[in-house]
Design a protein around this ligand. Structure first.
Ligand code: M6R
Length: 358
């Protein structure tokens, strides 16, 4: 139930620290390893991972790519289920397929799973619903442990998908003796992320005020970032679109000058994510460019890269895991903007929780 909450969406945003703790507990502190040795064997034999998903789950896949590539030293392609099914790329010699799906019922993903099962490739579903169709039909399945997600807008499942894939990537990397895997303490990072998210959800009044000042009266908003900041930007834009009905787009910060900057007008909101050392200066110069064209800029930076004047500073994690924390303010922007505009936040117009048609 919603308990004392007005909406499931806000309740589910607030549950995120507990979700990360539950995932750690489930995957780390049990007698029996939750990752079947056979699953790790099959992953180890693969020469490429194909992560197949839709919507927010696809965005979580984009974040996971770097985790698998760096921690487990394996190339990764992240594919939209609705495209992949009809335009299958040339596959590697030994592909391994990961289906990411909160509901486990997304028709686009089911269609791809059917196809690759007929080709006899190994498949894993990572889902929040352990008895769902995708979980039953894949060779392996792993739970997200996020608890039921009722609001149409996916929030806690997104961070759960990143966390579970981080754990999987690291365990695979340890088995393959990849140095990067032994250098990262994922369990500790998830604990830090839980605390950092708590700090953000404890600033609701401020986030509500920012939502009012930046988005509530606008027709359009832009989110920019590089690397993981770009992955977060497109998820942030999707959240704002689907519950607040503000037209929003996420862009790679470096692409702005290649066209999109033409859309910047007086007071257009532009949210920039500054989450990685190597690109922070470039993204800040993109912020200056839009500022000088009248944009209403909002900077979300991580502590070690923060500068005076940044509107929101979030705690540092390993850079590969920053999306766990950086997405949370954007989830709250979507929520408060929707509330101010009088929308039904849990059941946005035209949308269903699971999309069971192709
Ligand atoms: O259940 P799934 O994760 O397979 O669903 C995929 C998308 O339909 C879903 O993430 C959708 O984009 C959400 N409404 C986004 O908040």
């Amino acid at each position: 139930s919603k308990g004392t909450y007005d909406s499931y969406m806000l309740k589910e945003i607030d549950e995120q620290p507990a979700v990360l703790r539950r995932i750690s507990e489930y995957y780390y502190s049990s007698e029996q390893d939750k990752l079947a040795p056979q699953l790790l064997d099959d992953l180890q034999k693969a020469d490429r991972l194909y992560i197949v998903a839709a919507g927010t789950s696809y965005h979580a896949g984009l974040v996971a790519r770097q985790l698998f590539e760096e921690l487990a030293d394996i190339p990764v392609e992240v594919q939209l289920a609705s495209e992949f099914g009809y335009h299958m790329p040339k596959l590697s010699a030994h592909p391994f397929f990961i289906f990411l799906s909160q509901s486990g019922e997304t028709a686009d993903s089911r269609q791809v799973l059917d196809q690759v099962r007929h080709l006899n490739y190994p498949t894993l579903t990572i889902t929040n619903v352990i008895n769902s169709t995708l979980a039953r039909e894949a060779e392996y399945s792993l739970p997200l442990c996020a608890g039921p997600e009722v609001a149409v807008a996916s929030t806690k499942a997104y961070i759960a998908q990143i966390a579970v894939q981080a754990i999987l990537a690291q365990k695979l990397g340890l088995r393959k003796k990849i140095a990067a895997a032994s250098e990262l303490d994922v369990a500790q990072q998830l604990g830090l992320a839980a605390n950092a998210i708590q700090t953000i959800v404890d600033q609701k009044d401020y986030l509500e005020q920012l939502s009012h000042d930046y988005f509530a009266q606008q027709n359009a908003a832009f989110f920019i970032g590089r690397g993981n900041g770009y992955a977060v930007a497109i998820e942030a834009a999707l959240k704002l679109k689907e519950v607040s009905y503000v037209h929003a787009e996420g862009f790679a910060a470096g692409e702005l000058k290649h066209g999109t900057i033409a859309l910047i007008e007086e007071q257009t909101p532009v949210v920039a994510f500054i989450l990685e050392q190597s690109t922070a200066a470039h993204t800040r110069s993109n912020v200056k460019e839009v500022l000088s064209r009248g944009a209403h800029t909002l900077i979300i930076s991580k502590q070690s890269l923060a500068q005076e004047g940044d509107q929101l500073v979030v705690a540092d994690l390993d850079e590969r895991l920053m999306p766990l924390v950086a997405i949370v303010p954007a989830q709250l922007f979507a929520y408060y903007t929707a509330v101010e505009r009088g929308n039904d936040v849990d059941q946005p117009r035209n949308l269903a929780k699971s999309v069971t048609v192709e």
